[in-house]
Design a protein around this ligand. Structure first.
Ligand SMILES: Nc1ncnc2c1ncn2[C@@H]1O[C@H](COP(=O)(O)OP(=O)(O)OP(=O)(O)O)[C@@H](O)[C@H]1O
Length: 956
């Protein structure tokens, strides 16, 4: 073959009519050579055949026509093409459209969209994987069996997934049949037995080696007319690599041990390796693999892609669990900046583990959605190597809804009600300019922003109660450690300076987050606007001084200058830090009355008690109460009264205000009618002292107002009891007894008849033995010194609260309900800690004190860290939310038991299953367990009654 011939051929093709290219036959004729010679030269020069060359121009023409007529039929298309001088048959068009192999057809056809769809599911398809995808497509489309391909990339970069997508693409392109096999073999699985690997891959003849007892087909045969994917191909021994040559070159191979038979296999071949191919594969083998696809490591992918991957994986989990998943913004950020040596694979599995942990928490806490907050990741070691880079991206909490497609970028900036209030600067700026635009005076603007700021801190307070993060250390993987260190030092400094001040340390967590944001802002030279600076400097002078000291240290460490406005913000955090964690505005008090009585009364109260929180609403006599109701509902919504609102009203329809507000806002409310100054004073004083709950205040007030004939409850160590009463002592009294025992399991309840001549004597007798808290009944026997609670058809929640209150006041009575002989297990034997805990848990569960989940929550708690107390005592416990009624179960083990990894052994196991509101009651128990001699005594007791007696004494 002369060079001349090649040149001639190229020149002919260059000048041919592009709409009707020359076939090999025509070229051969013109050149006076054999057709095969033309085909050979063409292939050598990498020139496609005439059909393919023509296709380019046909495709371009179809594409142009389809732009204006997307739904054009094949027939009309032929006519239009003929008009353009392209003469082709209808069959050619259909072939073209159906032809998978050469289908890199026009960009605008539906087919193209479909093609793209296969790879478009891969995150990064338009970014870091774009080139790889093009390579992958080219490798598949290359006739007749694609180009052997090697995918190279670190572990977890998505090599297997990419190979699977190439397979899907091949099927979509009809290069492979729909049912074509996809055979995967990970060569690393047989790395210690290369001979086995080769025989699995190529099959073997009976007797080929010891143990080869029958002719066996290999994976290569199974992959015939499909795809063979060899992962970790560098583990394939040289012999195995050589055998692959023959398949790749000629489609021929032999099973191990075969000599005469040569078999045929048509396969699309893809290999993958994490290794450097130069050193790990035979040169001869490398040469036969023309397509090398190098997948980028996760580190080399853009932040945007990383975030999309994170979103995608959380979305997958939401779909899988069918629950909403809410992820805290800082966690999103941490996931994005964490270093993943195992690339995408590691990222995916860490997201799965995080979701699995949070799922357990969701079940335990009966949450509606899976919440991924700081606590979730604290269990995991993987956040230890987070490297939070300084960046300008704002992450927000993200919510993933099962089976929703919305995992697009929008989530990056999605806000929802759970967002941490950390965009304070922007909000203040926005508010400021809005107010300025509305020509609001400076003074009013400052006031509005000040109120906003107060609300912001209320949210922080509320948030710090709900979230379980309790110390700065828990943030160390998420925030700059030098800020955390600085705040710790600052805390010590404040403690030393003001030893008597209570400190709400949780505020530091928010201050830390805030400072991180502030530093970012200062570094990016964004303004920090604080319209209340003057006010803060004047009214929070001490805090401002402390803030300046903190800011100075921060400035030194970060080499930045902290503006005064920022010091102003820090000052409010410090103010919040030093505020007693119990705040008076947890209970709001609102007085509503006709005329101006409410305002007058509240003014007196404010002056007398030097407080500013009771709110007065005066109701003009001619105003429709509905209007007032609306106003009050709005007002209630704007308050941050976590424990509820106590309403004082004067009369009439206002009495139902509490119920209306409750039903519209879900807030707890109580309403006291016939408002009087003394009651309001009393309530405000109690709320201000922050000691009492809403109900305690309410019942104390109604007690003094004699709504019920409430008398003081004796604090005796007698067992508490209730009396149910009706006319006959049967019918209704028994019903009352049933109802009461449902609510107050463990309290003694006696039914009595008012007609019984001896009723008073009987009650007096009972009083000798029991602490009678109240008589609940249809008729008041009017017995001096005894509370009476009227019982009507439904025993309302109000009345139950009243009883709860009585029971609670009866402190020592609690000892009787909490500590019971039947829950003292002396001489318990258990092979393992788990067995002991389950025995104890099941006992109280069977009696209805706790739900079954409680036992699991005990085990889960135990697995987190040891509950060993001291003096051979362990205090295992579970979630209060699974407790129906508070109780403490004790076990004195026959032999002390190894309890934890720290080498502690326990013999007295005390499992308090108490509702949150009864937690105080177990403090007394701790006092006993702290005393070594008391514990020794308890361990030596043989009788349950004695054991109970000793503990109950502590409650006296
Ligand atoms: N671009 C991507 N989009 C979505 N998920 C991906 C992407 N790349 C990888 N993954 C997911 O990451 C995980 C790891 O991918 P894969 O197993 O394919 O990696 P690999 O490189 O084959 O890993 P190894 O070398 O460890 O075998 C898989 O669960 C895969 O679904």
């Amino acid at each position: 073959m002369t060079v001349n011939l090649k040149d001639k051929l190229m020149a002919m093709i260059k000048t041919e009519n592009k709409k009707n290219p020359l076939t090999d036959e025509q070229l051969a004729e013109k050149l006076n050579v054999l057709r095969e010679t033309v085909t050979g030269i063409r292939k050598e020069l990498n020139i496609p055949n005439s059909r393919t060359r023509k296709k380019e121009i046909v495709k371009a023409a179809i594409s142009a026509i389809k732009m204006s007529e997307p739904n054009i039929s094949a027939g009309s298309l032929v006519s239009k093409l003929t008009e353009r001088g392209i003469c082709i048959s209808r069959t050619y068009i259909s072939d073209l459209m159906n032809e998978g192999k050469n289908n890199d057809i026009e960009n605008n056809t539906e087919k193209f969209t479909e093609e793209k769809d296969v790879f478009s599911k891969l995150i990064g398809c338009k970014g870091s994987l774009l080139k790889n995808i093009k390579q992958g497509q080219a490798a598949i489309l290359y006739p007749p069996f694609g180009l052997p391909t090697l995918i190279v990339g670190e572990s977890g970069t998505g090599k297997t997934l990419f190979a699977e997508y190439m397979y899907k693409y091949a099927v979509k392109q009809k290069v492979l049949e729909a049912e074509a096999p996809f055979v995967l073999l990970n060569c690393a699985d047989y790395s210690d037995n290369p001979q086995l690997l080769v025989s699995i891959l190529y099959g073997y003849k009976k007797g080929a080696f010891t143990g080869a007892d029958k002719d066996t087909e290999g994976l290569v045969e199974r992959a015939n007319n499909g795809m063979l994917f060899l992962d970790e191909i560098h583990r394939l021994p040289p012999k195995g690599q050589e055998m692959l040559f023959s398949i790749l070159d000629r489609g021929k191979f032999r099973r191990m041990g075969e000599v005469n038979t040569e078999r045929t296999a048509h396969i699309y071949f893809i290999g993958a390796t994490t290794e450097n191919i130069e050193s790990s594969l035979l040169l001869t083998f490398r040469r036969r693999i023309p397509m090398i696809i190098e997948l980028p490591s996760l580190e080399d992918r853009s932040l945007h892609e990383k975030i999309k991957l994170i979103h995608g994986f959380f979305q997958q989990e939401a779909n899988r669990t069918n629950y909403k998943i809410l992820v805290n913004a800082k966690i999103m950020e941490a996931f994005a900046f964490k270093k993943y040596t195992g690339n995408i694979g590691q990222m995916k599995s860490e997201i799965q583990v995080t979701c699995a942990n949070a799922y357990v928490d969701k079940i335990n806490n009966k949450r509606e959605e899976i919440y991924i907050g700081f606590n979730e990741i604290l269990y995991q070691k993987f956040f230890y190597d987070i490297n939070i880079q300084k960046n300008n991206i704002r992450f927000n909490d993200a919510l993933f809804i099962p089976n929703s497609d919305e995992i697009e970028d929008s989530l990056l900036t999605t806000k929802n009600q759970y967002s941490l209030p950390e965009d304070i600067y922007e909000t203040i700026e926005n508010k400021y300019y809005e107010l300025k635009n509305a020509s609001i005076s400076n003074e009013k603007t400052e006031e509005i922003i000040w109120n906003f700021l107060l609300g912001y801190f209320d949210k922080i307070r509320l948030d710090s109660q709900n979230r379980n993060i309790s110390s700065l250390d828990e943030l160390k993987y998420l925030l700059d450690s030098s800020i955390i260190q600085l705040l710790k030092e600052f805390l010590n400094f404040v403690r030393k300076e003001q030893p008597d001040k209570p400190i709400n340390e949780k505020v530091l967590i928010y201050l830390a987050i805030h400072l991180e944001e502030a530093i970012k802002r200062i570094k990016f030279k964004q303004e920090i606007m604080n319209p209340n600076l003057l006010y803060i400097k004047k009214n929070f002078a001490d805090e401002f001084k402390l803030a300046s000291q903190l800011a100075q240290r921060l400035a030194e460490r970060k080499l930045i200058e902290i503006p005064e406005g920022e010091i102003g913000f820090i000052a409010i955090y410090i103010h919040e830090l030093m505020k007693s964690p119990d705040r008076r505005n947890r209970i709001a008090i609102i007085t509503i009355s006709h005329g101006k009585v409410a305002t007058e009364m509240v003014n007196v109260v404010k002056k007398m008690l030097n407080v500013d929180f009771p709110i007065a609403i005066d109701m003009p006599l001619d105003v429709n109460p509905v209007k007032i109701f609306e106003q009050v509902v709005e007002l209630a919504k704007s308050l941050n009264a976590e424990e509820g609102i106590l309403f004082f009203v004067d009369m009439g329809s206002l009495v139902s205000i509490g119920e209306i507000v409750h039903s519209r806002t879900g807030m707890q409310t109580r309403t006291i009618d016939r408002v009087d100054l003394v009651s309001v004073l009393e309530a405000v004083r109690k709320a201000d002292a922050s000691e009492e709950s809403l109900d305690n205040i309410y019942y104390d007030i109604i007690n003094s107002k004699h709504n019920y004939s409430l008398v003081t409850v004796e604090n005796s160590d007698k067992e508490p009891a209730l009396i149910s009463m009706c006319l006959t002592g049967h019918g209704v009294a028994l019903k009352i007894k049933n109802v009461l025992s449902r609510y107050y399991a463990g309290v003694n309840i006696f039914s009595m008849s008012i007609m019984d001549d001896n009723v008073k004597i009987k009650i007096n007798n009972l009083k000798q033995q029991y602490n009678i808290l109240a008589i609940v009944g249809t008729i008041n026997p009017k017995i001096e010194g005894l509370n009476f609670i009227p019982y009507d058809n439904n025993f309302t929640k109000d009345k139950r609260m009243f009883l709860d209150y009585l029971l609670k006041k009866n402190g020592s009575g609690l000892a009787h309900t909490l500590i019971r002989e039947k829950f003292v297990l002396i001489g318990l034997e258990g092979a393992t800690k788990k067995e002991v805990l389950e025995t104890m848990g099941k006992l109280i569960c069977n009696e209805g004190f706790v739900s079954f989940e409680y036992i699991n929550s005990v085990l889960r708690r135990e697995s987190m860290s040891s509950t060993y107390f001291r003096n051979n005592v362990a205090l295992p416990h579970g979630m209060p939310s699974f407790v129906n009624k508070s109780v403490i179960i004790f076990a004195v083990l026959k032999k002390e038991m190894h309890w934890d990894k720290n080498g502690n052994s326990a013999q007295l196991i005390c499992m308090p299953a108490v509702k949150s509101e009864d937690v105080d009651a177990i403090n007394k128990l701790f006092k006993i367990l702290k005393q070594k001699e008391k514990v020794e005594k308890l361990l030596s007791i043989q009788k349950q009654a004695e054991f109970v007696e000793l503990i109950r004494k502590a409650y006296k």
